[in-house]
Write a protein that binds this ligand. Structure first.
Ligand SMILES: Nc1ncnc2c1ncn2[C@@H]1O[C@H](COP(=O)(O)OP(=O)(O)OP(=O)(O)O)[C@@H](O)[C@H]1O
Ligand SMILES: [Mg+2]
Length: 342
């Protein structure tokens, strides 16, 4: 259990919530999912347990993702979810510590306030926000404190956040709601179209993780999916091949590539020069899809590197920034973790 006075970092992701405790590292990494019991409107399950119930509940329960596209869509449920996760790692006897939370680069002040409120309601005394691409860059091991541009692309579940980071801030950025979840939706549509078969979100996500690919000829493998035949209404299965996954996933990959090209066009020349040397760093769970790096490489003629442990870059960068929490002038303002500059 947590000792008094230990601060924490929170990455409230569309797909997963991660919590980092100072001096301990990542202590929570669970799906951002919650199961509500409608009989008494209570919380029945949270995280991994709730995710296992996705698509498998009776009328009495609903399984909800309370974040959509990187922003809170149900404040009460996010509060309940954070509270439940914190209870697992923080003793109820200790006074609640301070937290650094990251938010997508392009959300509104109202959306930011919702994040602060949700975390505060879970019992945290002080909440500081930082931009996700900055956290991703720090977590990927990039030195972003100097006047040198680094290009980071964080492909998560709900959003792909792209930014050129320099002097611990964002020089140019863009965020699109095309990432892992959109890929799952495309797989569901593809399977419906090609095999007249209905599958659930979890099945689609498993197929994507196992055999997802966005460049022809880069992956070989099959993955069995089970669902319902739309014509007979009977259960059926199909062995999907990685080669055919390119069709449902290529448009999303292409859209991300186009946005990256747009950012490069908008980036001041000195920073473009830095990116030419340093390349583009990919973070986030969906950046692991086979061929994503190759597609960007071919389109931009730049070096593209998938960061080590890409899923955890944001939370690691956020956790690393806890040490600057005291230097903040405005408790709810953006945290700018400029090393040695305060
Ligand atoms: N090996 C893999 N290959 C492809 N996709 C993957 C892989 N592992 C995880 N994913 C996908 O990555 C996404 C989750 O990534 P991540 O944990 O970075 O998202 P998040 O932080 O919760 O979302 P966001 O940042 O958009 O709010 C999910 O869509 C998941 O299916
Ligand atoms: Mg994320």
């Amino acid at each position: 259990m947590l000792n008094l006075g230990v601060d924490l970092a929170i990455d409230l992701g569309t797909s997963r919530t991660r919590i980092f405790l100072q001096n301990k590292g990542i202590v929570v990494d669970e799906p951002s999912v919650i199961t509500v019991d409608h009989e008494d409107n209570s919380i029945f399950a949270v995280g991994e347990e709730a995710y296992q119930m996705l698509g498998r509940t009776s009328d009495r329960f609903s399984v909800v993702y309370p974040l959509t596209g990187g922003v809170i869509s149900d404040l009460g449920l996010v509060e309940a979810m954070i509270t439940a996760f914190l209870r697992r790692v923080v003793s109820s006897k200790v006074s609640m510590p301070r937290a650094v939370a990251c938010v997508p680069g392009e959300i509104t002040d109202v959306e930011k306030r919702a994040v602060v409120n949700a975390i505060s309601c879970a019992g945290i005394r002080k909440v500081c926000l930082m931009e996700e691409p900055v956290a991703a860059a720090i977590g990927a091991g990039l030195d972003i404190s100097g006047p040198h541009g680094s290009f980071v692309v964080d492909m998560g579940g709900g959003t792909t956040d792209m930014a050129v980071v320099s002097l611990s801030g964002i020089a140019v950025s863009r965020s699109v709601k095309q990432a892992g979840n959109a890929m799952d939706e495309e797989i569901i549509k593809y399977v419906k179209r090609k095999y007249n078969m209905l599958i659930g979100k979890r099945t689609a996500e498993e197929a994507k993780i196992n055999i997802g690919c966005v460049v022809k000829g880069m992956a070989t493998g099959t993955h069995r999916i089970k669902g319902r035949n739309m014509i007979t209404g009977m259960p059926m299965w199909v062995d999907l091949h990685s080669e055919e996954m390119v069709e449902p996933l290529k448009d999303i990959a292409e859209m991300v590539v186009r946005q990256i090209q747009d950012i490069l066009e908008e980036t001041p020349p000195e920073l473009v020069g830095d990116i030419h040397d340093g390349g583009i760093v990919l973070t986030g769970g969906a950046s692991q899809i086979v061929g994503m790096d190759t597609r960007i490489k071919v389109a931009t003629d730049l070096r593209v590197i998938v960061a080590e442990d890409p899923r955890n870059c944001v939370i690691k960068g956020c956790g690393d920034s806890i040490k600057y929490i005291d230097k903040l002038k405005h408790p709810d303002g953006t945290l700018t973790p400029i090393t040695d500059r305060f």
